[in-house]
Design a protein around this ligand. Structure first.
Ligand code: COA
Ligand code: AMP
Length: 635
């Protein structure tokens, strides 16, 4: 099929409002928008002002009304528990109405925040949809984060309620959530009124009578009472959720997602980018704690009347590197979306892709990769072994849906390895130098998006509008700064190469080295420190911390290193994969005192590097190099 991309992108460029007005017809509105875009509202304008709708209505009630009551909406496939469940649109609606009644009876209403701290179980998706139903604002916190991170989110969102579970199940390990939850509430200055806890068979939690509520009993009771909870009309511009993501240094930032633009953008992307139809089985192998999980495990597929897979397992080890192929065959998955790191892990275990031959993948049509740069080697391997197009797509928590990618729904364009292909309608992507001037094709620079951002992208940060302006819009007036560095080639293909801030990407997870440094520095014996991301063949990057110990400390440095590793795991969470801490005498610095993290990283990654002209003492880099070599890192 010849691609209609150029015409579609051109139509958007010629008349963005007409384009997004047409796309909005795919959504059911209680009251149609007065304006498609109002440039005078919000920080850079608001989409669909005056419109009233409800996201849960569009995901469930509408699908049921249109005849999908008995169609499977969600397949829960959990190799870690051996459970597979099929949930129809009708059955989910029943659960969600009951849970919404529980929320309502606890005094949760429109605009109230609730935190969802849950593993990959269907009840996590129900918890999100029930919040949407009553106009409450959910904030999902990834299970791999520690109590401290959860506390930050409780306190920033001022959540009235937390929905959680007794445990998460990782391959070979059960993680008790309740102690983490209780610890987070203890730390947080703000205390939620209640916690609803879903008890899992594997590990039951002790519930506190003054605060905790058993999920199943409460939902069961609401069902017995025949509770009815209609969808609360919300403005298109009202928040649906806040998702915290690593910000530059320190506090995570709460990315706000609205209701109207979000639905329009997701539905457009399901059909035109992913090329998925109603009834088709789509699998985003991510976690509901990340933006990919929000957009393409829960909301996108349901808005589209598709069937989504909620997979509680890993690409390897549950039980082997054939797990993905088993799921694809068993459930008739047509399109899979995951992070390149998953494929690197699979390839390491099964380099020849021999396990693929054990499964019938005839229904499988395309693989989408995002979350980190899809290295050409991994793309080529997947393409050869699976025999389907492999589509790199680039986006961020802030945008909520792909900024760039090869739009299979519009017809594939030629593939260029290492590139996330072309900008999607809504996005005018440009590359600017540090002074804000456009660079020529092929030249590396700051990747920016011309304002306004399209529907679905963040309108602001939660309670931090100034931070949004300062951090994202101030540096390049008229543009949104993505904090990614890259280039656009002469054919308009976008290549995203690295970040321009302190964020590193560990197994597709976005983490701030600044927050890790804060934690390392909080150890009593650490005088100063630097954390860098070093190349890892599976996870893309892993963090490594360099510690300078206080002069008066005479303890074994190996003990301090172990304590710092444990500290980061306990404060930030296991997901940081912080396993390397190295005590050094000094850190390399410029004469003005800036730590030369970039040069340290190049040494660790065995890249060529030049002695920085501004270095204070060149001998320090030799010391760093030796310290890395002693750990088998760098040359
Ligand atoms: N709850 C609690 N702990 C969790 C967790 C969760 N939801 N998710 C991960 N962790 C823990 C892991 O158990 C691991 O702990 P360990 O240090 O004790 O082993 C640690 O956090 C790091 O986890 P992870 O990054 O998942 O690494 P891994 O070595 O267990 O697995 C991969 C590596 C590549 C298989 C894995 O990262 C993966 O499947 N990635 C898929 C891509 C993905 O989901 N990307 C998200 C964005 S699309
Ligand atoms: P997150 O907000 O967690 O989704 O992380 C977003 C960041 O991940 C982006 O700003 C990029 O740095 C990186 N990223 C995501 N997808 C890609 C991709 N396809 N290619 C390169 N980098 C990517």
């Amino acid at each position: 099929m010849a691609s209609s991309y150029s015409e579609v992108y051109g139509a958007w460029k010629d008349d963005p409002e007409a384009f997004w007005a047409r796309a909005a017809e795919e959504i059911a509105w209680f009251r149609p928008p007065e304006r498609v875009f109002d440039p005078d509202r919000g920080v850079y304008g608001h989409w669909y002002t005056g419109g009233e709708t409800n996201t849960c209505f569009n995901c469930l009630d509408r699908q049921v009304a249109e005849g999908r009551a008995d169609q499977t909406a969600l397949i829960y496939d959990s190799p870690v528990t051996g459970v597979i469940e099929h949930w129809t649109y009708g059955a989910i609606l029943e659960e969600v109405v009951a849970l919404a009644a529980v929320y309502r009876d606890l005094g949760i209403g429109k605009g109230d925040r609730l935190i969802i701290y849950m593993p990959m179980i269907p009840q996590a998706a129900f918890a999100m949809l029930a919040a949407a139903r009553i106009g409450a604002v959910h904030s999902v916190v990834f299970g791999g984060f520690a109590a401290n991170e959860l506390a930050t989110r409780i306190s920033d969102s001022q959540a009235k309620l937390i929905v959680s579970a007794s445990c998460g199940i990782e391959a070979g390990r059960v993680i008790a959530y309740k102690p983490l939850l209780d610890a987070a509430i203890d730390i947080s200055a703000h205390k939620p009124d209640h916690c609803i806890v879903f008890q899992r068979e594997r590990l039951q939690a002790d519930l506190r009578s003054d605060r905790d509520i058993d999920f199943a009993s409460a939902v069961g009771e609401a069902k017995r009472k025949g509770a009815e909870v209609p969808c609360t009309p919300v403005l298109a511009t009202d928040p649906l959720y806040v998702l915290y993501t690593s910000g530059t240094i320190g506090q995570p930032k709460g990315v706000v997602r609205d209701n109207g633009g979000h639905m329009v953008a997701l539905k457009w992307s399901m059909q035109n980018f992913f090329g998925v139809k109603a009834g088709e089985v789509f699998w985003a192998a991510s976690d509901i704690g990340w933006v990919v999980g929000h957009s393409y495990i829960v909301y996108g597929p349901l808005l589209n009347g598709s069937t989504s897979i909620l997979y509680e397992g890993k690409p390897i080890g549950t039980p082997d590197a054939g797990a993905y192929w088993r799921v694809i065959e068993q459930h008739g998955v047509t399109k899979l979306f995951t992070a390149p790191t998953a494929f690197r892990a699979i390839r390491k275990e099964d380099p020849q892709g021999e396990l693929i031959a054990n499964y019938d993948l005839s229904a499988f049509k395309a693989l989408f990769l995002a979350g980190e740069r899809a290295d050409p080697d991994t793309v080529a391997w997947a393409e050869t072994k699976l025999g389907v197009p492999v589509i790199d797509n680039w986006w961020q928590t802030e945008t909520g849906w792909p900024v760039a990618g090869n739009p299979i729904g519009l017809g594939l364009l030629p593939v260029k390895y290492g590139s996330a292909a072309v900008p999607l309608p809504g996005y005018d992507v440009q590359v600017l130098d540090d002074a804000g001037h456009p660079v020529t094709a092929g030249v590396l620079g700051n990747v920016v998006i011309k304002l306004p951002l399209p529907p679905g992208c963040l309108p602001t940060f939660w309670n931090a509008e100034e931070r949004f302006r300062e951090g994202c819009l101030a540096e390049f007036p008229g543009y949104y700064r993505t904090a990614d560095a890259g280039y656009i080639d002469e054919d308009g293909y976008i290549f995203i190469m690295s970040r321009t801030d302190d964020i590193i990407n560990v197994a597709g997870h976005r983490l701030s080295t600044g927050s890790m440094e804060e934690i390392c520095a909080s150890h009593a014996d650490v005088a100063e420190c630097a954390v860098i991301g070093i190349a890892d063949p599976i996870k893309g990057q892993i963090p490594a911390g360099f510690l300078v110990i206080n002069a008066n400390v005479s303890r074994e440095t190996t003990d301090i290193e172990k304590e710092v590793v444990a500290l980061v795991r306990n404060r930030l969470g296991p997901v940081a994969a912080f396993k390397t801490a190295i005590c050094v005498k000094r850190l390399p610095k410029t004469r003005s005192g800036k730590i030369l993290r970039g040069t340290m990283q190049k040494i660790a990654d065995r890249e060529s590097w030049k002695m920085p002209a501004t270095i204070d003492d060149p001998a320090v880099l030799e010391e760093i190099s030796l310290a890395l070599k002693a750990r088998g890192i760098g040359d």
